[in-house]
Design a protein around this ligand. Sequence first.
Ligand SMILES: [Zn+2]
Length: 350
Amino acid sequence: MNPLAYKRVEDLWFYDGSLILRAGEKIFRVYKAQLAARSTVFETMLELGTPDSQTDEMIDGVPVAVLHDEADDVEVFLRAIFDSSFFMPSPAAVRLADVMAILRLAHKYDVDYLHRRALEHLAFEYYYASVDAFGKSFRETESKETVERSTHFLHAGSHDRIPVFELLKLLTAAEEVGAIWILPIIYYDLTMQCKLQDILSALEQAGNERLTRTCLGGRSQLLLENLRLNRFLVEETIQSDCLQPTACDPFRRFLCDAVFEALLGQQLAPLDGLGNSIWDDVDPAKQSHDPPSIFASIFSFTFCVPCFNASRAMHTAAREDCWNNLPRYFGLPSWPELQAMKDAALGSDD
Ligand SMILES: [Zn+2]
């Protein structure tokens, strides 16, 4: 490569740096000792000059080592090492692309604290100890303390959902570094929150048959769960001790219509959507909503207490089942096994 074509990365070009790294066309002038102190792999590589990185090339009298990684990834990775205000620990918001780059390269070059930090960012968004914790991540969007799911990662100017191709990349990166515990939620987002057409094109492009089978198999299981979850709307949840037989049954049918409308419009996924707020909205003990719930504004009554309890119990149990089955649907170990893997990598929360 013609040295004239190299691009200096200005904020990673320290005039007294003792080593120049080149990845693709980008060059970085950094401190050899600092790099070696952070990474045993760099330490060995720079001491011994591994055949891969060795060149006789010099720029301004400084030796050049070549890295065979994506130039943009190397830039982000080096910035995380040399700029302490960049890539702050979770829950600071970061760019998902940066997390992926740092995850990969910190793993490859054995920079433990950065690898761990990247895993913590991912766990913040993609690991939940229970279905309730997962549900809350959607719900408390108004609260200052809770960060809405999928807004933890910054996107170019928007808080849109993470696009399917980026989720696929994340899936591959997580598999590569063995962060298996975040896979169930990534698979869930990928298969339940993206359009089938988008999923299929992304999978086709990825050209990975195993991944395609896993995604499509898991997706069809989750769609069945979606029906199973709403069984309380068509089964006998109107109780024999119902306090208002003329009201509970029509309300159940009304809900049933609304739910099936949403299912047909693919606006309902088994673990989010309906499951998170419906029981507060129709709770007979909380009928003085301010502002009134969407149901109360359409209907002047909801379930009576016995029917409410029976319906909620059936729905909650089905949702719990769906949660427990989620890893298995994508060929992954159970939640307790995943929790143990996470604890081994990141330490336990308690
Ligand atoms: Zn009733």
